[in-house]
Design a protein around this ligand. Structure first.
Ligand code: 13P
Length: 256
């Protein structure tokens, strides 16, 4: 973290978990546990149908609501899809774009990720853009090249005023849901490389201000160590975000 230059953001990605009623309950449990968090922003990225309850339950609390996906078109014949304007009208502030599960199971590509980034920014949403290498790519020694390509493609055509509204989440695919976390040095190396890439594209001042999260089996016991690294500005948390006490421990680790 580097609180002098950028916000620390702890975001939960609930994935396909929790019904609308369970959403209300989880947030009611979480709220008192994170009420003292002043130095980091808290975001909960919930399933689409849970958004209205999540917005209601977080009213007056310092917790923002995010979606986990959106379509890049504003409207039209795209059965089953959700547009950015539909999200903002409900009070959604963030949207996860290009999560590796969407790339893997729903054929999302760097090109669609870029279209979604532009559509989200246009609608006033803050995109949380996910990048990450597979185990095979890591073993081949091409992690940094792969990540740089993903970052450059995702940000293509985004100007320097808008880049500050983007959050990048480094999520190594091999660490997601596996219990196998990247070491804090591995996380720092790649988050630092992402910042270098942004520096080359937008200059040092802009690069300093961008929040870069780590995600992948981040939990109550390893969060403080990961967040102690200068280029790790928060977390995108799956499993542990469904447990209020664990998520609160991570938030409080970021609130030092
Ligand atoms: P886990 O924290 O369950 O590994 O999930 C990470 C993730 O994919 C967050 O987007």
């Amino acid at each position: 973290m580097n609180l002098r230059y950028r916000k620390t953001i702890i975001a939960g990605n609930w994935k396909m978990n929790k019904t609308p009623a369970a959403t209300r309950q989880l947030i009611e449990e979480l709220k008192p546990l994170v009420s003292k968090a002043k130095w980091c922003d808290i975001v909960l990225c919930v399933p689409f149908v849970d958004i209205p309850n999540a917005i209601k339950a977080t009213k007056g609390a310092k917790i923002s609501i995010g979606a986990q996906n959106m379509h890049f078109e504003a409207s039209g014949a795209y059965t089953g899809e959700i547009s950015a304007d539909m999200l903002t009208e409900l009070g959604v502030k963030y949207v996860i774009i290009g999560h590796s599960e969407r790339r893997q199971y729903f054929a999302e590509t760097d090109a669609t990720v870029n279209l979604k980034v532009h559509a989200a920014l246009k609608a006033g949403l803050r995109p949380i853009v996910c990048v990450g290498e597979s185990l095979e790519q890591r073993d081949l020694g091409i992690t940094i090249e792969h990540i740089r390509l993903q970052v450059k493609s995702a940000l293509s055509g985004v100007d320097s005023t808008n880049i500050k509204r983007i959050v990048i989440a480094y999520e190594p695919i091999w660490a997601i849901g596996t219990g196998r976390t990247a070491t804090s040095d591995q996380a720092e190396e790649v988050c630092g490389a992402i910042r270098d890439c942004i520096r080359e594209m937008y200059g040092a001042r802009v690069a300093r201000s961008v929040t870069i999260q780590y995600g992948g089996s981040m939990n109550a016991s390893n969060a403080a160590e990961l967040l102690s690294k200068p280029n790790v500005d928060g977390g995108l948390i799956g499993g542990a975000s469904l447990k209020p006490a664990d998520f609160a421990t991570i938030v409080n680790a970021a609130n030092q």
